[in-house]
Design a protein around this ligand. Structure first.
Ligand code: UN1
Length: 493
C-alpha cells in the first residue's frame, strides 16, 4: 500500500511521529487509498520554522514574480485536472464532473490571484501639510495556517492559499483528514510551479494536529473552513493569542419559490442545490420555502425527480449522487429522519440508507425530502450536511423572507420569481452573504466575494479582491520633503 509524506521546506518528509492512518473510499469501504502521516508537534514546528525562514525572502520578491508562479500553478492544475478529479472523487465521493469543477475553481483562483499581483492597489491621499505625500499599501501578514474541510478538497484550499501567497505570505496547509491525497497533489503542483522551499508546506494529520497549528506562536493567521464547533474554538484561541482568524462555518441555505416562478427551472435548481455534492456543501440548499399556490405541485414533481437520481460511485460515468463521507454522516442523516418524524414533518421521499447491490459497500443515503416543515422544527434550523431537503410553505413574499431569515446562519440564499419588484425586495431584505436570483444556492465564482453573515463566519470574505483583505495588513507612509519639522494638526491650524 502506498505510504504518503508531508511536504515541508521543499522536501517530502516522513512524519517524525512515525505514525500513519489509512484513508478509505467512502463509496467502497474495502478500497483503502493509502497510509497518510499522523503528524505531531515536531512536524508542525519544522513546518513553521521553514515557513518563517522562507517568509523573509518571499515577501521581498516582486509581487508580479509571485504571480508568474501562480500562473504556472494554474497551468499545471489545468493539465492535471482529470487525473486530480479522480483522486478527489475516490477520497470524498462526489462524481468526477463535480470534482473537475472543483479543480476548475482552483485554476480560476490561480489565474485571478496571478493578475492581482500586478494590482494589489493601495491608496494615495492628499496630505494636510505642504510638501508632504501620504500613501498606504498592502503588506503580507506572515505565516498562514490553512485548515479546510473534505467537501471541496482543492477549490476551498485554493481560495485561501493562492491569494495568501500572491500577497507575499507563506503557508502551511492542513487538508481534511478525509482528503489528504488531494492535499499532497496540491503540494506536487506548487513544487512543480517553482514556489521556493518553505513558501508552501503541507502537513497531514488528524485530531489535535490542527490545534497545534492554531496554538503555534509562529503562525500569524488561520484561515479555516469547517464546522461551527471547531471554528468557534479557533476564534477563541485566536482571540487569546491575538491572531487574525478568518472563519467559514455552517450554512442552512434556503431557496424561495414564488407562485410566478418558472417552476421547471426552480425545481431543477432545487435538485442541484439540495443533492449536488450529496448535500455536503456549506452552500447546499437545505430549506425550500414555497409559496402556497405552487406548494403541492413543487413537492410532487421534486419528490418524483429526487427518487430517480442515480446513486453510485462518483468514478462511474452516469452516476449523479455519491456517498456521504463517513459512517457517522450516515448515522447523522438517520438521526435527522427520526427528529423530522418526531417533530411532525411529512417524509415524501427517501429517508434511509441506500444499500441495494454495490451501494452496500459505501455510505449511501437516499435523497430525502420532508414537506410541511415549520420554522421552529430542528430540520429547518440545524445544518445537516447530507442529502436532506426540508420544505416549508409561505403565503407571501414577506413571510418567505421572514422564514429564510429565521435562522442562525447566513451564507447563501436564492429566490425564483419573475417579478422584478419581488426580486429586488429579496435582495434588500434577505440576511445572507450571497443571494441568487433565479439560480440555486450553489455556484459561487472564484472572483467574487464568498462568505456569510450571522453564525456562518466572522466578517471576512474569501474569493476575488476581498480575499486580500484577509491576507494583508496596511502600511501607511508619510513622506515629508519640506526640509522642516511640520507638525500635523498643529502647524497647519
Ligand atoms: C463550500 O461548500 O464550502 O458555490 C464551497 C458553491 C461552490 C463552493 C462551495 N462553488 O457551491
Amino acid at each position: 500500500m502506498q505510504k504518503f509524506k508531508n511536504y515541508i521546506n521543499g522536501q517530502w518528509e516522513e512524519p517524525k511521529t512515525n505514525s500513519y492512518f489509512n484513508n478509505i473510499n467512502p463509496a467502497d469501504t474495502s478500497d483503502v487509498i493509502g497510509q497518510f502521516p499522523l503528524s505531531g508537534q515536531d512536524d508542525v514546528d519544522a513546518a513553521v520554522h521553514a515557513a518563517t525562514e522562507a517568509f523573509k525572502r518571499w515577501k521581498r520578491l516582486p509581487a508580479p514574480k509571485r504571480g508568474d508562479m501562480l500562473r504556472k500553478a494554474g497551468d499545471i492544475f489545468s493539465a492535471r485536472k482529470k487525473e486530480l478529479a479522480k483522486v478527489m472523487t475516490r477520497e470524498m465521493g462526489k462524481p468526477t464532473f463535480e470534482t473537475e469543477g472543483d479543480v476548475q475553481e482552483a485554476i480560476d483562483t490561480a489565474y485571478y490571484a496571478a493578475t492581482e499581483t500586478r494590482r494589489l492597489f493601495g491608496h494615495t491621499a492628499p496630505s494636510e501639510l505642504g510638501n508632504k505625500m501620504n500613501l498606504s499599501f498592502r503588506v503580507p501578514v506572515g505565516v498562514c495556517g490553512v485548515i479546510t474541510a473534505f467537501n471541496f478538497p482543492i477549490a476551498v484550499p485554493s481560495w485561501k492559499i493562492l491569494p495568501a501567497l500572491a500577497a507575499g505570505n507563506t503557508v502551511i496547509f492542513k487538508p481534511s483528514k478525509d482528503t489528504p491525497h488531494s492535499g499532497i497533489i496540491f503540494a506536487e503542483i506548487m513544487e512543480e510551479a517553482g514556489f521556493p522551499a518553505g513558501v508552501f508546506n503541507v502537513l497531514i494529520g488528524k485530531g489535535n494536529m490542527g490545534n497545534m497549528l492554531v496554538e503555534h506562536p509562529g503562525i500569524n493567521l488561520i484561515g479555516f473552513t469547517g464546522s461551527t464547533d471547531i471554528g468557534l474554538k479557533i476564534a477563541e484561541t485566536g482571540g487569546r493569542l491575538n491572531k487574525r482568524v478568518s472563519l467559514e462555518m455552517g450554512g442552512k441555505n434556503a431557496q424561495i419559490i414564488m407562485n410566478d416562478a418558472n417552476l421547471e427551472l426552480a425545481i431543477e435548481g432545487a435538485l442541484w442545490g439540495a443533492f449536488g455534492t450529496t448535500g455536503q456543501r456549506c452552500t447546499a440548499t437545505s430549506r425550500l420555502i414555497v409559496q402556497s399556490g405552487v406548494y403541492d405541485k413543487v413537492i410532487e414533481i421534486l419528490a418524483e425527480r429526487a427518487s430517480k437520481l442515480i446513486l453510485g460511485s462518483g468514478l462511474v460515468d452516469g452516476n449523479q449522487i455519491g456517498p456521504v463521507i463517513h459512517a457517522d454522516s450516515l448515522a447523522n442523516c438517520e438521526n435527522y429522519i427520526k427528529i423530522g418524524m418526531e417533530d411532525g414533518a411529512r417524509l415524501v421521499c427517501g429517508g434511509k440508507r441506500a444499500s441495494q447491490g454495490d451501494l452496500a459497500k459505501g455510505y449511501f443515503f437516499e435523497p430525502t425530502i420532508f414537506a410541511d416543515v415549520t420554522p421552529n422544527m430542528r430540520l429547518f434550523r440545524e445544518e445537516i450536511f447530507g442529502p436532506i431537503l426540508s420544505i416549508a410553505k409561505a403565503e407571501t413574499l414577506e413571510q418567505a423572507i421572514e422564514f429564510q431569515n429565521n435562522c442562525d446562519y447566513g451564507l447563501s440564499s436564492s429566490i425564483y420569481t419573475r417579478d422584478v419588484n419581488a426580486a429586488f425586495q429579496a435582495i434588500r431584505d434577505i440576511e445572507a452573504g450571497i443571494t441568487y436570483i433565479n439560480a440555486p444556492t450553489i455556484g459561487a465564482e472564484a472572483h467574487m466575494p464568498f462568505g456569510g453573515v450571522k453564525g456562518t463566519g466572522n466578517g471576512h470574505r474569501e474569493g476575488g479582491w476581498t480575499a486580500f483583505d484577509i491576507f494583508t495588513e496596511w502600511k501607511t507612509v508619510y513622506i515629508d520633503y519640506s526640509d522642516t519639522l511640520q507638525r500635523a494638526q498643529i502647524d497647519n491650524y
